[in-house]
Write a protein that binds this ligand. Sequence first.
Ligand SMILES: *Cc1c(COP(=O)(O)O)cnc(C)c1O
Length: 374
Amino acid sequence: MQNTRADVADPILVNDLRRHAVTTETVVRTSVERVLSSGWYVLGAEVEAFEQEFAEYCGVGHCVGVANGTEAIELGLRALGVGRGSRVATVANAGFYTTTALMALGAEPVFVDVDRDTKLMNLAHLKQILAESTLDAVVVTHLFGLLHDMEGVLDLTAPAGVPVFEDCAQAHGARRGGRRAGSFGAAASFSFYPTKNLGALGDGGAVVTGSADVAQQVRRLRQYGWESRYHAGVRGGRNSRLDEMQAAVLRAKLPFLDAWNRRRRDIATRYSQEIRNPRVECPPVHEEEYVAHLYVVVSAEREALRAHLTEAAIQTDVHYPVPDHRQPALTDPSGPAAALPVTDDLSVSIVTLPCHSELSDEEVTRVISRVNTW
Ligand SMILES: *Cc1c(COP(=O)(O)O)cnc(C)c1O
């Protein structure tokens, strides 16, 4: 909508997919038209090419496109042997996606608390859980775009022989020591939901792995458990395919991902350096281990801060307001919720500020000064 009054600025949105569509319109149109005229729409040459290009980008041997990020977690874990009765460690502050996948598998989530600074899995708590019980897998979520200390995770899990699965739905391209998110664990999942750092024009997802066996198993599981056409040899299969149109769009956008991530990180860096308000706690400045999927601050007076920003047409959000262990879909009313003090505390104090690659410098300045005048 066009503004007619000069004193009212355009709203600043947490995600602005219309702007994103404009910056990618030419390459996306070419891709869509290529698929349209090809006469082949599901699991074909575009999906194969994208799988190869994305595996190369991540620095892993294999990529298997699936229908969305949640099914990427589910099928990836199933391929690692997770199933009914398995115990899988995960965090409770990451939007219920992994827990949804675990519930579909009949597996039990074992919730680990998070660090207040990074908002990622607390390794001391994970260590304690590993010492007290057996786990069948650990899912590490690189939340908000911050790649976890995977060396620290693997140091704990490797002696116990527990496979690690990375949920990279918010961390496409994040890098530590030259290695990308998704290349550390036994397997990893990505989502290409439109708002992600690499987004399709609809749903999409992928499993990446260094193991040819795991990749082959996911290929079977995504298509009815077929070992070959019409021969279902594997249990737990379903229809979870990536279609050609989405794969072609993702191929068109992948070459821009690193530049978009740099832009997101530059905005986050400005926020962390220039927001000066004792009632607002900003994350530290990060290097390339952070791709700034979401810029999340902490404030004890969250609702007042949000109202102050809303008045200036600056949108905010909360990722996420209800931790998994308190979701009605999960909670057993007869049993107590897991003790996750940091997770609980953050769920009532976190606020997401606008941070995406199409924000202008002037808009970033507007957000900073508005937060500073609160
Ligand atoms: C978006 C997201 C998912 C799920 O992806 P979908 O494609 O929406 O199923 C999983 N994990 C995290 C951390 C996400 O942000």
